[in-house]
Design a protein around this ligand. Sequence first.
Ligand code: MG
Length: 218
Amino acid sequence: MAGTPELAHIRLGDRPLVVCDIDEVVLEFISPFQAYLRNRQFELLPRSFMLHGNIFSLLDGSEPDEAAMKAMQEDFFANQDKWQKPAVRAVETLRDLSGDADVVFLTAMPPRYQKVRRTLLDRLDLPYPMIATEEAKGPVVEALHQRRPLPVAFLDDIQRNLQSVRSHVPDCLLVSLMANADFRALAPAPTEGIVQAADWSEANKLIRNHFLGQVVQR
Ligand SMILES: [Mg+2]
């Protein structure tokens, strides 16, 4: 159901904040979804920067209709713990960053899959609090950060989400990051104020520099 997500379970310290999307940023999504689809005799090809129109049957070449697409996506999310794994260096980098900053996950996944995702994240040594919402991300980051005079960074693979945060939290560092190289190559060029990171090592440098810059300015 739509509505403002619950934030009461998140307690921030007097230190920088890193808000981080999950699918294709912390956990691989495209590659495991491709494996899931193949298991069901479907293929997802990187022909454009979207899922729709790029999935077809390995048996007869037909495209799944809207209902079949939705059913497969729902089933994948319900069983994500059997498919998804961390993006390269995500776990180590977040552990390192969490020594100096609060880390909060903000995922656009339907909230009904929170429990299975929470269990998976904990198992993968990703113990940071999570917000699952299908609402726009900008107002959520704004409500979380509350314009504190502390550095804040936001990472996501979808430009719409980065732009939403840009318009609500103007001082936020906006990092575009995507695990899957095939689909990353098809992504639209980042718009103003968004920096692209090739991987978590580069994202870490951008975030660390942003933290230092903010500290020096004050
Ligand atoms: Mg994502």
